[in-house]
Every structure is written in structure tokens, then in C-alpha cells.
Design a protein around this ligand. Sequence first.
Ligand code: HEC
Length: 139
Amino acid sequence: MSLKAWIVTGAFIGGLAVPVLAAAGQDAVLAQYKTQAIAADPAFAGFSAKRGAELYKSSNSAGGPDTPSCSSCHTASPLKAGMTRAGKAIEPMAVSASPSRFTDIAKTEKWFGRNCKTVLGRACSAQEKGDFITYLSGL
Ligand code: HEC
């Protein structure tokens, strides 16, 4: 194989490696929420992208008055960059646009903890977290 062919092959494999690894990371995070969801409800019947979309778009009154919805900061389209109340950009939430989303359980948990409280005035359940990730992984 010529040097050029090696470089092209290397770039191709390099391009493929990132989404494959990211998918493995999301599966591991989802598996943790699945275990927790079953512990909370033995009749757990799987995560739902539809319920995740409803959570993302829902308008709530129990949280902060400026933040009725996840879309308040993450915008109506998870494929687009969002913005904090201080004007700082937030990478898109859709995994297709931001492959590293939901691959680091510590980061994911930190922000679910913070943002569910801000928007819903309570913690999200494991079922809600899994639904949310399932929705954003399928866009
Ligand atoms: C006040 C603004 C704001 C609102 C409202 C908000 N978020 Fe976020 N969210 C952020 C910021 C800032 C980050 C961290 C920056 C980043 O990850 O790009 C973030 C990150 C996240 C992450 C981490 C994702 C990962 O990479 O693992 C999750 C999960 C999340 N938000 C869930 C939610 C949910 C669920 C709601 C609605 C119940 C919500 N957010 C509403 C600002 C917000």
C-alpha cells in the first residue's frame, strides 16, 4: 500500500472510531439508569424517546420563573447550540451533533441534578433520565 493510501485509511478509521466509542459510552450510562429504574419499579418496561421528548419540551411552573423548560437553555432544537442565562454557549444536546454527550456518568449526573431542580423543582427519576438520553441519542 502506498503511503497516501495508508494515510487515507488511517483518517477513515479515525473518523469512525469516535462515534463507535461514544455509542458504547452512552450504552454504559443508560445501563446504569436502567438498573436504577428497575429497582424503583420492577414493572419497568423500557425507556421511551417519546416521553424523553415530552420532558425536553414540557413547560413547568415548579422550578425557577426564568427556566420553565429544558429548552429554556438548550433551545427548542436539541440539534442546535444552546445558551446559559449568562450568555455562555452550550453545545447541542443531540448525540448526533455532540457525540460525547451522556458518556461520562459523573458529568451527566451533575447536570441532571442541577437542571431538573432548576426546571422541575425536584430531582429527575432514573426513568426520566433514561427517557431523556434515549430521545437525544436517536435524533
Ligand atoms: C439554566 C440553563 C439550563 C436549563 C434550563 C437546563 N440545562 Fe441542562 N445544561 C445546562 C448547562 C450550562 C450544561 C453544561 C454545559 C454542557 O454540558 O455543555 C447542561 C448540561 C446538561 C446535561 C449534561 C449532558 C452530558 O453531556 O452528559 C444534562 C443531562 C442536562 N443538561 C439535562 C437537562 C434537563 C433534563 C433539563 C430540563 C429538565 C435541562 N438540562 C435544563 C444548562 C441548562
